[in-house]
Design a protein around this ligand. Structure first.
Ligand code: 5GP
Length: 190
């Protein structure tokens, strides 16, 4: 029986371990393709252009906006982020299930365009723990951390719009739940 390719969208407040979880999920032999976003944010240590993001200038990003090249885009933490339309449509045409790791506003916008998208929210075990994790991260400076903390509470208020909420209490637990969600959604009728 043939079935339509699915869009899995994962969002989480900064510092919830979303990047690690997504990487593990992609390595998890589920055959998920990753939608690489475009951003104007500077590259962090260890990040690779074309794998983690397409790192572009503000002018380069705006060119894509003018071309209507984004499925959705947003400005968050002072930087622009967008999901290139072509990548997603090419992968869907190939029948590939796609993983999008985008913010809450982007997730809601994609759900509007693709109502069958599956929205998964990654929540921290507690706000206190999240603050600690953000502070431990030395790839962001202090100003960046406080900017991100302010946004966390607003992001948490979106959880009710999601189909699933996975608490990242331990990476292996959370990855295993994410895999279960993908498997269950693939068995869903219709
Ligand atoms: P970071 O700078 O930590 O990689 O990402 C900051 C936020 O931007 C995260 O919530 C991340 O999910 C989100 N983000 C990354 N790419 C996109 C995108 O293409 N669209 C939207 N709406 N958000 C994105």
């Amino acid at each position: 029986m043939s079935r339509k390719a699915k869009l899995f969208i994962i969002s989480a407040p900064s510092g919830c371990g979303k990047t690690t979880l997504c990487k593990r999920l992609l390595k998890g032999k589920l055959g998920l393709a990753y939608s690489v976003s475009m951003t104007t944010r500077p590259r962090r240590t260890g990040e690779r252009n074309g794998r983690d993001y397409y790192f572009v200038s503000k002018a380069g990003f705006q060119k894509q906006v003018k071309r209507n090249g984004f499925l959705e885009w947003t400005k968050t933490y002072g930087w622009y982020y967008g999901t290139p339309k072509k990548n997603v449509s090419n992968l869907l045409k190939k029948g590939k299930d796609i993983l999008l790791s985008i913010d809450v506003k982007g997730a809601v916008n994609v759900k509007r365009l693709y109502p069958k998208s599956i929205l998964i929210f990654i929540a921290p075990p507690s706000i206190k723990e999240l603050k600690g994790r953000l502070k431990k991260r030395n790839s962001d400076n202090k100003k960046e951390i406080s900017k991100r903390l302010k946004i966390v509470k607003r992001e948490l208020s979106y959880v009710d719009r999601y189909d699933y909420c996975v608490v990242n209490d331990s990476i292996s637990n959370a990855v295993s739940k994410l895999k279960d969600i993908v498997i269950a959604e693939r068995c869903r009728k219709g």
